[in-house]
Design a protein around this ligand. Structure first.
Ligand code: SF4
Length: 696
């Protein structure tokens, strides 16, 4: 809604989905923030990132002209010329290598309508090689929740968790820093009313400050820890038998798996005293309502699917699903990471999570689209990068930065060099755009409208507050133009009115088509969204949307929740003589993912100007490292230099750093081994050595 009082829109950073109000400030495109006190999620409050989010809107580094690489150098080009090159290269690659030689990367930072159009473009081109950065954060969570419960999303809502949860079990997540308003406005009020917070994390952080119990486990030992919890619950008779009998399947498999788990050995593997784990199990299992928050500390392992399955096991075994204050709740990273998956920017599903290899699902979508969708699931984004220069010849990147975000990033750079053609749409010259043949300048979050879907499935409207700068275009308009040129009638004089399937006159028209092909969005219209938004699933226009899922049954084939026992899978790399420590990574409160926006924000950069590594005092002393020294972190894949922060926040034997900074790029070090099912990389554990950096 736009008025003299400003424009109501949604924070561009994390998946909490806080509302804010923007006011235009002068003629230059600057905008300022004021509180939106009635915002449904945050009632006017913002964290430091949200508060500084306008600092990148009129930033001097913004791309303002299309760029084409000529003789190794970028030169300015007209939109016509740039789009002609893009379309000609897409056509050439399809002709010479076939459609599966292209990869398409959507982005959780851009809106539902834009990601919808990108995946439609890929599929009309003839490939399911379309993915988004969810692959890097919660692919394993989405996989497990879909297969074991029904929907790859939070089972509950922040509102009902605040009002009804007696226990928060937070594993591999740090809401106090990474989802600040969830913590301050939903978890903390519940804690003040007597709820208990159990945190499971190898690294002490701001969430620890509010935790009643902190189980500080070794990185990559979540399965043994939860197996001790599950075995304790069974041995102590805390299982909700009525729920397990009526609503689940697979408990015998779990019991058989746990039969040979020795709890003392398992606790030793985790590095956590057995009695502390048992006490945490008692608190969770005997609560009236216990909720799990799960984060990337669980999902970003080669056993990410099994990690999350063990959380599902815990919730189902104790009957903590299907009512307020319970469930398994992934805290989603980016402001539209949920929506990007919902609209089908994934290689295995169409909009609304309809499987591409399900003929009936495909045909329902084809009826609306008017073209045939390829039946084979495509490659995930890391698989696309791995195939670059071999089966993949070209890449279309919208708002993504794989050079920073994918593991083993030096190898990613080498592979991008092998590609015949790369086009990047973005607002800044990212580390990935530097490898492009064509760079298309997009508008920022404050300059365009559309919808985003937050961590608890709330679809909300973003609204433009300021002018489109320079010669930039909305991602939606760029995709419309590419689609129209690729698939429109070449003989028509007016390309915008051909039946290309891309001739939309704005985001609402795209959303209307999305509603037709995605049943969970069918009941949502722009008019209904208003200022409150609507939570999916919302099948009909009269539906209010669901605050929590699975009250009566699960969305599985037989309506039962799936329990499945899992065994410990060690990280692919363990410590050895050359690399005796374990490296793990996580985000900071004041920075955001690949740093494209947050490291350009003066406020955020002032608070944390550069990367650092947390190292335990004993490990530091063994290496002659003092607090504030510069050190070299080295793994089998590369090395970076950064400042040492000597602290007991990390256990002896592990070190911890952040992925945000280009000049000390943590993903130079991380391992690109993948979970076999969800294809998420193992960012959270790699063998590493730390050495003092010789001064010049
Ligand atoms: Fe933005 Fe997330 Fe902070 Fe809310 S909590 S202001 S959505 S970054």
């Amino acid at each position: 809604m736009s008025s003299d009082d400003g424009v109501h829109t949604i924070c561009p950073y994390c998946g909490v989905g806080c509302g804010l109000r923007l006011e235009r400030d002068g003629e230059e495109g600057d905008v300022t923030i004021s509180p939106w006190f009635d915002a449904p999620v945050n009632e006017g409050a913002l964290c430091v990132k949200g508060g500084a989010s306008t600092e990148v809107v009129a930033h001097e580094d913004r791309l303002t002209e299309p760029l084409i690489r000529d003789d190794g150098e970028f030169r300015s080009a007209s939109w016509d010329e740039a789009l002609e090159v893009v379309v000609a290269e897409l056509e050439r690659i399809r002709e010479e290598h076939g459609p599966d030689a292209m990869g398409f990367f959507g982005s959780s930072k851009v809106m539902n309508e834009e990601n919808y159009l990108l995946q439609k473009l890929a599929r009309r081109y003839g490939t399911n090689n379309v993915d988004n950065c969810t692959r890097m954060c919660h692919a394993s969570t989405v996989y497990t929740l879909r297969n074991s419960l029904g929907a790859g999303a939070m089972t509950n809502s922040m509102d009902d968790l605040r009002d009804h949860a007696d226990v928060f079990w937070v594993q591999g997540a740090n809401p106090a820093e990474q989802h600040v308003i969830t913590h301050s406005h939903y978890v903390r009020p519940a804690l003040r009313e007597g709820a208990t917070l159990i945190q499971v994390d190898p690294h002490a952080n701001k969430t620890t400050t509010d935790a009643d119990v902190h189980l500080q486990l070794e990185p990559g030992t979540d399965i043994p820890l939860l197996n001790v919890v599950l075995k304790t619950i069974i041995d102590e008779g805390w299982v909700d038998d009525a729920f397990v009998d009526a609503r689940t399947t697979g408990v015998d498999h779990l019991k058989a798996t746990l039969a040979d788990v020795d709890v003392e050995t398992a606790a030793e593997t985790c590095g956590v005293p057995l009695e502390e784990i048992r006490e945490a199990a008692r608190i969770y299992a005997t609560a009236d309502n216990a909720a799990i928050f799960t984060g990337m500390g669980m999902s970003q392992h080669r056993c990410g699917v099994d990690n999350v399955q063990n959380e599902v096991n815990l919730a189902l075994l104790t009957g903590n699903v299907g009512r307020p204050g319970t469930g398994v709740n992934p805290l989603r990273g980016q402001n539209n990471v949920q929506g990007t998956c919902d609209v089908g920017a994934m290689p295995n599903v169409l909009p609304g999570y309809r499987e591409v290899d399900d003929e009936a699902a495909r045909s329902a979508v084809e009826d609306v689209w008017g073209f045939e969708v390829p039946a084979e699931p495509g490659l995930t984004n890391v698989e696309i990068t791995h195939a670059a220069g071999e089966s993949v010849a070209g890449l279309y990147v919208m708002g993504e930065n794989p050079v920073m975000s994918e593991p083993d990033s030096s190898a990613v750079e080498d592979r991008l060099e092998e590609l015949e053609f790369v086009v990047v749409q973005d607002i800044f010259m990212t580390e990935t755009a530097a490898f492009a043949d064509v760079v298309l300048p997009a508008t920022s979050w404050a300059e365009r409208g559309g919808t985003v879907t937050n961590t608890d499935r709330r679809v909300q409207l973003m609204r433009p507050a300021t002018a489109v700068p320079g010669n930039t275009r909305h991602d939606l308009d760029i995709l419309r133009d590419v689609g129209t040129r690729l698939f429109g009638d070449p003989d028509s004089s007016d390309q915008t009115t051909t039946d290309s399937g891309f001739d939309f006159d704005g985001p609402e028209a795209v959303f209307e088509e999305l509603r037709e092909v995605a049943p969970i969005y069918h009941g949502i219209t722009y008019e209904r969204l208003g200022l409150e938004g609507v939570q999916w699933p919302c099948y009909e226009e009269g539906d209010a949307g669901d605050q929590y899922l699975y009250a009566e049954s699960f969305d599985t084939e037989d309506g039962l929740g799936v329990i499945r026992g899992v065994r410990h899978t060690e990280p692919a790399e363990g410590p050895d003589e050359t690399y005796p420590l374990i490296l793990t990574t996580a985000r900071l409160e004041e920075h955001y993912n690949t740093g494209t926006m947050s490291t350009r924000s003066p406020t955020l950069r002032r608070r944390t100007p550069e990367n650092f590594v947390d190292i335990h005092p004993d490990d530091a002393a063994d290496r002659g490292i003092e607090d504030g020294d510069y050190v070299t972190l080295r793994t089998r894949r590369g090395e970076i230099v950064l400042e040492a922060n000597v602290t007991e926040a990390i256990k002896q034997g592990s070190v911890w750093t952040t992925p945000h900074f280009s000049d000390a790029r943590a993903n130079t070090l991380t391992n690109d081994v993948l979970d076999p099912l969800a294809k998420i990389p193992e960012y959270k554990a790699a063998a590493v050595e730390v050495e003092p950096t010789a001064s010049e």
